[in-house]
Design a protein around this ligand. Sequence first.
Ligand code: UDP
Length: 234
Amino acid sequence: MKSLNRVILKLSGEALSGDKKSGYDDVIIENISKQVKEIISKGIQVGIVIGGGNYWRGRSNNNIDRTKADQIGMLATIMNCIYVSEIFRSVGIMTNILTPFECGSMTKLFSKDRANKYFEKGMVVFFAGGTGHPYFSTDTGIVLRAIELDADTILLAKAIDGIYDSDPKINPNAKKYKEISIQEVVEKKLGVIDMTASVMCMENKMPLIVFGLNEENSIVNALSGKISGTVVTV
Ligand code: UDP
């Protein structure tokens, strides 16, 4: 496995709330913070993108204008990053939160130079607010940041433990891929990340590691190649 110097980790909003389905499960978040601390102690730079599904998803709220619904979704991702960043700080991790639009004193405006400066200082950098545009998702947000910041891989920590050939909740015989090319993910429309994000990964040769957040030490293990999830090659 290629040595990894910079990774961007995606946590879905839903994963943060565990069985509660909304808000935060502190046990889960503290567990993530300990694993991230271990990873940065090895000199690996870590960026984090968090979804907003534990509060709000623009596309699920058809009663209001989609652009406005997506704006609420982007704000939800910022709330999540502020919360998780504070938990990280409580275990001694230095953090900073960057957003693609101004949020006053709550976050700092994203730029590549600023992100690089924080990474070099050993900080965990949160990329909140997605792309800053409606009709996108935090999946596209993470791929965009990973590409422009030359990350070595994207880590997708999910409620499900890898990529399957069909939905294992519906099909008990669904088969999990140990390895699959991004081309196949796109062609088979496997939906591990949304289609726009998959195509961006394919065009820009950005690999992914997909694994279950609930498995013990799964983020650390994914980085050392000990995963029971799926490696997406480019
Ligand atoms: N969102 C957006 N543009 C972006 C990223 C996110 O409009 O670039 C909004 C969109 O409404 C989305 C919500 O933020 O539904 C939460 O993000 P996402 O659905 O990716 O969260 P997840 O499902 O991963 O928790």
